[in-house]
Write a protein that binds this ligand. Structure first.
Ligand code: PLP
Length: 366
């Protein structure tokens, strides 16, 4: 038995330790997870009711086309239903894009560091993944990315705001990029954190998409909508692009529970507004303390902040873990002294900041 060569080097995804296990091993009564950009306020109560209402339908296959939800999202954003595709999280839309578009030898371009699934799926399909370092501010270097585009380029991935740095590209920046990028290149705007935006600079992806056939937006119900466990996200783009993705989609890729919950969540704008507001407040709370502690951070436009703790991120991660706080650090980011922390509730943020201050006094500056 021989699996294909281009997957041999891929690591198996290592999930974070379950919170209950962390509690038991470290003898902690409380663990706060600020590691996966989950919504600290859960999901809309209307989404919960929708899930409960579906319980007797467990034995029935879902609507593979997610017709009702597609119509609702189309109306919400004023696009046509044939411009929308749902996936088991936007992760699956990324997978389907790679499956539909890449053949071995194709090239694809993204920032570094950025969301890891672009690279993962490109490599599975045998495409060459070209990484362009972000700039000093942690932002995409669009000119350098453009310089890598050639006739072999199939997809450019733009993560906005960028996970893990948190930085945002403005409408003017994306527009100028789109004017220069050749039309044979599909530009994926991953907007997983779009709903957290509180600036007037965030690109209107829908306007761009109407102007350029080669733009596709990715959105998700996992982040501000607080439904990460249900696995539902979507792509919005030109009908031809959406059709290609639909051709590789598994027939029942999203569940009835996810579809019904998403439908209810989409309508609960009050919940989203309150989460957006709390998040902006949380960013101010965290950055005020980082300023006081003299820790530099990238401008945060999602529900997470990348901060330079001026000490080994791995050591700070372990020290915080012993105090019951889980954050992220990653050797692969190329930032050995930076950590990424999800914005929690005010109380969670306070507990994190208190623990961080203790850790900083225990761990030597590197
Ligand atoms: C979380 C995230 C996603 C995907 O989340 P799903 O749960 O698969 O919808 C996609 N892109 C970015 C940048 C993310 O941070």
């Amino acid at each position: 038995m021989q699996p294909k060569k281009n997957i041999m080097h891929l690591p198996v995804y290592q999930p974070g330790k379950p919170m209950e296990e962390v509690k038991r091993e470290l003898g902690l009564s409380e663990v706060i997870k600020l590691a996966s950009n989950e919504n600290p306020f859960g999901c809309s109560p209307k989404a919960k009711e929708a899930i409960v209402s579906m319980v007797d339908q467990v034995s029935i296959y879902p609507d593979g086309g997610a017709v009702e939800l597609t119509q609702a999202v189309a109306a919400h954003f004023d696009v046509e239903p044939n411009q929308i595709i749902f996936g088991a999280g936007s992760d699956e839309v990324i997978l389907m894009l790679a499956r539909a578009f890449f053949v071995p030898g194709d090239e694809t371009i993204a920032a570094s560091p950025t969301f890891p699934q672009y690279k993962h799926n490109a490599e599975i399909e045998g495409a060459t993944f070209i990484e362009v370092p972000v700039d000093e501010q942690g932002a995409h270097d669009l000119d350098a990315m453009l310089a890598k585009v050639n006739e072999k380029t199939k997809i450019v991935w733009i993560c906005n705001p960028n996970n893990p740095t948190g930085t945002m590209l403005t409408e003017a920046q994306i527009k100028s990029f789109m004017e220069k990028v050749p039309s044979h290149v599909l530009v994926v705007l991953d907007e997983a954190y779009a709903e957290y935006n509180v600036t007037d600079q965030y690109p209107d992806g829908f306007k761009l998409m109407k102007q350029y056939k080669n733009v596709i937006l990715l959105r998700t119900f996992s982040k501000i909508f607080g439904m990460a466990s249900l696995r539902i996200g979507y792509g919005i783009g030109h009908p031809d692009v959406i059709r290609s993705i639909n051709q590789v989609r598994e027939p029942f890729n999203t569940t009835s529970f996810a579809q019904k919950a998403a439908l209810a969540a989409l309508a609960d704008t009050a919940f989203i507004d309150s989460c957006r507001e709390a998040n902006a407040k949380g960013i101010r709370q965290l950055t005020a303390k980082f300023d006081e502690l003299g820790l530099p951070y990238f401008e945060a436009h999602g529900n997470f902040i990348m901060v330079d703790v001026k000490r080994s991120g791995a050591v700070v991660f372990q020290a915080l873990l012993r105090k019951g706080i889980i954050i992220r650090h990653d050797a692969g980011w190329g930032y050995p002294t930076k950590i990424r922390v999800t914005v929690g509730s005010e109380e969670q943020n306070n507990k994190f900041l208190r623990a961080l201050e203790e850790v900083l006094s225990e761990v030597a500056v590197s």
